[in-house]
Design a binder for this molecule. Structure first.
Ligand code: SF4
Ligand code: FES
Length: 250
């Protein structure tokens, strides 16, 4: 058991001024997850009739992408390929003070404390993150052959959990890694071919309208991504976008 010092960004609402507040959390164990530390802190705050810290979370298993926050200057914290909910107290050096703040990006406005509005990602998905198929009975397995290499790459892209860490890490607040992953996991499969180029055009158009910045190849997105999505998918997105610009149809 030890005590932990947290500096947490507190902001009452959108547009309200924010500030870091210093908190001491008592009796923290090395096996506690970072979100459990926030839970304990919130119980203490509630017992004192103070406003608990608002933060996003859902699965707490590293699969839903809800738990985005910047911890000691890094999206999802200091541990490689790990979401904030899978970060544990043992991953911090003893005695370290921890600074926690929300994603910083124009397209992700702060709602309260550590919670940001990631609706911009939803609108990008609504623009093209789907395939149009005839409904009916399930097709025979293996009717549509998929090369193993394509299936593997599509699965790599589909690992994106939509957390937004790539945007938070990028100096331009670019969403290209997210869009590259979402375009690629469909565009690599036969089922994604009929709308392949309309999809990339529509998703990039919405991405730009939402206020995300341009990609200038810093690579911070890949370094911060908890699912290790490769920037190769940005190159693939650019190639498909170029073809779409020259009138490719699909
Ligand atoms: S590409 Fe990675 S960092 Fe970006 S939204 Fe997807 S999982 Fe999160
Ligand atoms: S709470 Fe679902 S990924 Fe962290």
């Amino acid at each position: 058991m030890s005590d932990l010092v947290l500096h947490v960004w507190r902001q009452a609402g959108p547009g309200a001024p924010g500030r870091f507040e210093r908190y001491e959390v008592k009796d923290v164990t090395s096996d506690m997850s970072f979100l459990e530390v926030l839970d304990v802190l919130n119980e203490t705050l509630q017992a004192r009739h103070e406003e608990p810290i608002a933060f996003d979370h859902d699965c707490r298993e590293g699969i839903c992408g809800a738990c985005g926050m910047v911890i000691n200057g890094r999206p999802h914290g200091p541990r490689h390929a790990t979401t904030a909910c899978q970060l544990h107290v043992r991953h911090f050096a003893p005695g370290v003070e921890i600074w926690v703040e929300p994603w910083r990006a124009r397209a992700f406005p702060v709602i309260k404390d550590l919670v940001v509005d990631r609706g911009a990602f939803d609108r990008i998905i609504q623009a093209g993150g789907f395939v149009s198929v005839r409904t009916g009975s399930a097709p025979e397995a293996n009717v549509v052959p998929v090369p193993k290499t394509h299936a593997d790459r599509a699965m790599d892209a589909a690992a994106c959990i939509g957390c937004g860490a790539c945007v938070a890490a990028c100096p331009n607040a670019s969403a290209m890694l997210f869009v590259g992953a979402k375009v690629s996991h469909l565009g690599l499969m036969p089922q994604g071919q009929p709308e392949r180029y309309q999809r990339v055009g529509r998703m990039v158009e919405v991405m730009e309208a939402e206020g995300f910045g341009a990609c200038t190849n810093h690579g911070e997105c890949m370094a911060a991504c908890p699912k290790e999505i490769s920037i190769d998918f940005i190159a693939r997105l650019n190639r498909d976008y170029l073809r779409a610009s020259f009138g490719a149809e699909g």
